[in-house]
Design a binder for this molecule. Sequence first.
Ligand code: FES
Length: 99
Amino acid sequence: MPTLTFKPSGNTITIAEGDNILALMLAHGEKVAHKCDGKATCGECHIFLLEGRKGVSRLSPDENAKLDMMVGVGSKSRLACQCKVLGTEDVTVEVLSFV
Ligand code: FES
């Protein structure tokens, strides 16, 4: 079964196709801000996708537009609320926002 690992906590969980990364973070005790509750408008759930890029859903137009407006964004940036795992490979993300 594929896994999702959170950095810097090192917490690793098993994942299934369609799981939303923000929902997984919240369900497993990762501290992450999420003011807009998954509408891709606040940018607080910014993560770096460190491993498993092919194991998550592609950037949506809304996510891409929000990332374009944010500072500190790089090629590994994603919004956790817009990111679903595909269940095809292990994924590692770095949690950037803390509450
Ligand atoms: S929760 Fe606001 S952009 Fe993801």
